[in-house]
Write a protein that binds this ligand. Structure first.
Ligand SMILES: CC(=O)SCCNC(=O)CCNC(=O)[C@H](O)C(C)(C)COP(=O)(O)OP(=O)(O)OC[C@H]1O[C@@H](n2cnc3c(N)ncnc32)[C@H](O)[C@@H]1OP(=O)(O)O
Ligand SMILES: CC(C)C(=O)C(=O)O
Ligand SMILES: [Mg+2]
Length: 505
């Protein structure tokens, strides 16, 4: 058996299924480019039948990325598969990933089909997908709660039909490491023809076991692991790929397995995904959390000062966590700026670079120290741009302990300035009420999160908002960055509104 484990990244598909996350084409492309640098083997770019926007995003990723497989998800029906291939056809290596549930509970209540009907649908789907590409993955949704004899029959039949990867998901995060390892071993023993396919696993984190289960499965013989960056995904999320890979690497004495991961890109990828999805990384998160390499207590500090490995099992430098925290200032020029951004993983067009450079200079005038994190926030803010129906021109706030907070806001709309004023419960509320008056939208703030990027009173404030607006089902995420937290708040709100306008037009 090969000792190479393939890493299948589904940040752009299962990761995007995280409640409140919706990525536009530009954002998906940025993440896809970074995933290529990270060295994943397969990018699942989306579920093309979902919407025209998701179709276009999968198509854009398939057109652009090279040297990697691009997958698109499809239910076990011809319409989904045709649509998936249509989106994927320009990929250098296209994979159609078709799935259907195999557990009795899903068959009875969700699909309302019997076992024979599901088996037939699975085989027909694989055969149909095979007309388009040689690379077809079949997933048995809710496999870990399925009858093992039925499951291995389904796998044997889809392999005969041409499936090259068979995936055994723990869709609801129910299994435990020992049980799952045994389950994988049994499937491998019971399924005729299994040696012709790669065995894959896809674990969810409902009990916090997604990474442990993935590693146990690999120990039992699985050779593809599916997961997402930062572990984002449906409900409690998916297996965090950076944790799976660092587990394999750090404990190579135990696993003896390799991946194609370029670990130096891990931290950068984590930040990019967090920033573009609006999902913060918890400080104590393994591998990429802010505290993952921080030592607070005296005995630990003493140990680390004497010998780092007393309390660090991974070297932060290996993950691309740089100790370099002051790079550029207001006297820097475009060459150094481009060079530093490139080190941070951003490859910008000349136009994007000029815009980012202008913002960098403006920031350098306001802020003494410009750190890598500031630069990242600034560029990500630029990348996140979509056509701006509304542009924040100015705002004015009257607020204090003894006055009713009142905002006046000016937005530019197609060359015209629109202004209004409103009171609110606080200055941010007053700004948001005024923006609603100008746009005519009625929006509810589902989430407001503020983060200081680096320390100091002049730190950049990074605000993420999620809005639900009347008449729209989707939740829109917006982000704004500024040294002034009220400005960052206003920008975040306008950014979310612009995304909504972009969807409408
Ligand atoms: C475990 C996972 O992560 S699976 C992926 C989940 N991701 C998503 O669902 C995100 C994208 N989904 C969507 O945009 C929509 O659900 C769509 C476009 C796929 C389908 O929308 P709709 O046609 O309105 O159907 P809806 O979502 O309400 O119901 C799903 C239908 O697909 C059927 N279905 C579910 N899974 C499968 C499957 N793997 N193969 C075939 N049919 C399936 C269901 O039984 C149901 O059929 P019914 O309408 O005959 O009852
Ligand atoms: C579509 C499949 C692979 C899935 O996401 C799951 O079962 O969790
Ligand atoms: Mg899943």
């Amino acid at each position: 058996m090969s000792n190479r484990v393939y890493i299948f990244d589904t940040t752009l598909r299962d990761g995007e299924q995280s409640p409140g996350v919706s990525l536009n084409i530009n954002e998906k492309l940025q993440i896809a480019r970074q995933l290529v640098r990270l060295g994943v083997d397969i990018i699942e770019a989306g579920f093309p039948i979902t919407s025209p926007g998701d179709f276009a995003a999968v198509q854009a990723v398939a057109r652009e990325v090279r040297g990697i497989t691009v997958a698109g998800l499809a239910r076990a029906n011809f319409k989904d598969i045709d649509r998936a291939y249509e989106a994927l056809k320009e990929a250098e290596q296209a994979r159609i990933h078709t799935f259907i549930a195999t557990s009795d509970i899903h068959l009875k209540y969700k699909l309302r089909k019997d076992r024979e009907q599901v088996l037939e649908a699975a085989v027909a789907a694989v055969k149909h997908a095979k007309k388009y590409t040689s690379d077809v993955e079949f997933s048995a949704e809710d496999a870990s709660r399925s009858d093992i004899d039925y499951l291995s029959r389904v796998f044997a039949e889809v392999i005969k039909a041409g499936a090259t990867v068979i995936n055994i998901p723990d869709t609801v995060g129910y299994t435990t490491p020992e049980e799952y390892a045994q389950f994988i071993r049994s499937i491998m023993e019971k399924t005729p023809g299994i040696e012709k396919a790669i065995v894959s696993v896809h674990c969810h984190d409902d009990l916090g076991l997604a990474v442990a289960n993935s590693l146990a499965a690999v120990g039992a013989g699985a050779r593809q692991v599916e997961g997402t960056i930062n572990g984002i995904g449906e409900r409690a999320g998916n297996a965090a790929l950076e944790e799976v890979v660092m587990g394999l690497y750090t404990r190579k004495d135990r696993f003896g397995l390799t991946t194609g991961f370029n670990t130096k890109e891990i931290y950068r990828t984590s930040r990019l995904v967090s920033s573009l999805t609006g999902m913060p990384v918890q400080p104590n998160k393994a591998v990429v959390g802010k505290n993952a390499f921080a030592h607070e207590s005296g005995i630990h500090q003493d140990g680390v000062l004497k010998e780092r490995t007393t309390y660090e099992i991974m070297n932060p430098e290996m993950l691309g966590i740089s100790s370099n925290n002051l790079v550029l200032g207001k006297h820097s020029g475009r060459h150094a700026f481009r060079e530093r951004l490139s080190e941070l993983g951003f490859e910008l067009s000349d136009e994007e670079l000029n815009l980012a450079f202008a913002r960098f200079k403006a920031l350098a005038d306001k802020k003494k120290e410009i750190t890598d994190q500031d630069l990242q926030a600034l560029v990500e803010d630029e990348i996140r741009q979509i056509p701006e129906t509304y542009v924040l021109e100015y705002f004015h706030i009257s607020s204090g302990t003894s006055v009713v907070p009142t905002a006046t806001v000016g937005l530019r709309v197609g060359g015209e300035r629109k202004e209004d004023a409103a009171c609110g419960d606080g200055p941010v509320d007053a700004i948001y009420k005024t923006i609603d008056k100008i746009t005519g939208l009625s929006c509810t703030l589902v989430l407001y999160a503020i983060n200081a990027i680096t320390g100091g009173t002049d730190a950049l404030g990074d605000v993420t908002v999620k809005l639900r607006c009347e008449g729209r089902e989707k939740v829109y995420t917006g982000r704004g960055v500024s040294t002034d937290v009220l400005e960052a708040s206003a920008k975040a709100y306008v950014n979310a509104v612009n995304k909504l306008m972009y969807d409408i037009h």
